[in-house]
Write a protein that binds this ligand. Sequence first.
Ligand SMILES: Cc1cc2nc3c(=O)[nH]c(=O)nc-3n(C[C@H](O)[C@H](O)[C@H](O)COP(=O)(O)OP(=O)(O)OC[C@H]3O[C@@H](n4cnc5c(N)ncnc54)[C@H](O)[C@@H]3O)c2cc1C
Length: 524
Amino acid sequence: MTDRQVHDVVVIGGGVVGVTLARTLARYHLDVVLLERDAEVGFGVSKANSGIIHSGIHADPDTVKGSLEWPGNVGWLSLRDELGFGFAQVGELLVALSEDELPTIDRLHAQGERKGVPGLERWDQQRVRRHQPNLSREVIAALWAPTAGVINPYEAVLLIAESATRNGVEVATGEPVTAIDPPDPADQDAPIVLRTPMRTLASRYVVNAAGLYADEVARMAGVGTFTISGRKGEEYLLDKRLAGLVTSIIFPCPTATSKGTLVTPTFDGTIMVGPTAEATDDKHDTATTPEGAAEVFEAAGRLVPGIDERDVIAEFAGVRAVADTDDFVLGTTHRRGFLNAAGIQSPGLTAAPAIADHLLEVLREEGLELIERADFAPRLEPPVRFGVLPTEEQAALVHRDPRFAQLVCRCELVTEAEIVDAIDRGARTLDGVKFRTRAGMGRCQGGSCTWRCIELLADRRGQAITEVTKRGGGSWIVCDRDDVDAAPQPPPSPVAAPPAAAPTDEVTPMSRDRGEVSRHADHP
Ligand SMILES: Cc1cc2nc3c(=O)[nH]c(=O)nc-3n(C[C@H](O)[C@H](O)[C@H](O)COP(=O)(O)OP(=O)(O)OC[C@H]3O[C@@H](n4cnc5c(N)ncnc54)[C@H](O)[C@@H]3O)c2cc1C
């Protein structure tokens, strides 16, 4: 099908960068389309990271990423106020474990001040201990940066995309860009023509925010001047019983390629440890490994000795998109109208609002007319979080809608009404429900609520249970018994099957292929 209209801007990729840009563009009288390959927005690296809005001190201000880190931090405050996702400025402590590390603290202190980051303080050992009594006794000093925060990155991306949609952007999921036509030599001003499996689109401007695949998309457009390689990071989430172990983000002194292994109090009260930083040739490699776990727990234990691998309730890995310049690749290309937002490695989550503002200015300079819309609605009614409300408010909600009395996720106290609302707001998959409501994110990792979430998704979306997927594509959860019976059976194994293992509570390190995984083997 050919979409005959010429759009003003097509954004390729619905990660934090793409959706934030799309919402920024929604403030103006423009026809904007966002094309996302996955079943929902935010299922790329934007959901698989440490969830930190960095204080602003870390990246070198002489790089593009460094220049956008602090303005990005500031941008998140207004986004949070308008959209109501989970974001708390808990501050960070960058700690020195030896005299050798003190110059690094001083360098980052000076770098932060040069960038205009407020509130930085050098703390001595006693002050560090008063603030974080569970830190290692080896910590001799620290840099305190109060502007660092923790965010629910997937929730933020989903609400930013919802706000963009409500303000007129077409957010098309499950629609990958598969080809971009070469420019028309006879007509310099001709729009750029893009192809997806569903349609052909024409647009005056195209922004490539395709994350790990931005080099491939740039090549499609004939401007493949850079390559993206992967740098994997494994993360481990610990049980809520450890809530309060640390109340600010704890950073070690950085290495050449990474900020090191952090201990982070997440917005929802768990503790997260990680990430690793390992070069990988496989952009799909999101498996956690015993080696990664050993590295993370050894490094985390040096900062906070009470941390123990037996407290892990979930683990995942994300792959950073690292351009060969080791910096963000941002702005115009030699193809008129085609812009890149590529190589968005860390601190890409932090910088996203500033990346969007920067690209807006580049588009303006390139001739995009920006007329503000009087009817732009910046605010969004945030979803109800029943479990954190006072009893009187919970009672009022139950009175209004009895589905608030039906608890679906017992670990995170998520009700049927919240799950139905998430589906009505756009959840298409089990992960879409989980990231919007937290159903399945608690201690049992979906053991008790997965089935009910599948039923509600199928019912609300008019699907068969067997059509519901975990994250789109072929990630079905339930299959029809007839299909299983009809499937060809593997030949009998010459090796005798081991006896069934006795039920055990013992935690077994597991490695799965993608996304957040449970440590409990019976998780679907
Ligand atoms: C382990 C780890 C920890 C991190 N921690 C932090 C942190 O604490 N703070 C921080 O600031 N940053 C952090 N980062 C970095 C941050 O997560 C990324 O910089 C940011 O999420 C990048 O967003 P993006 O939109 O560029 O990419 P993505 O989220 O990957 O989005 C790109 C999208 O493009 C889509 N796409 C690809 N090809 C096509 C196509 N052909 N057509 C349509 N769509 C396509 C993909 O499906 C994807 O959804 C971390 C990264 C990792 C890996």
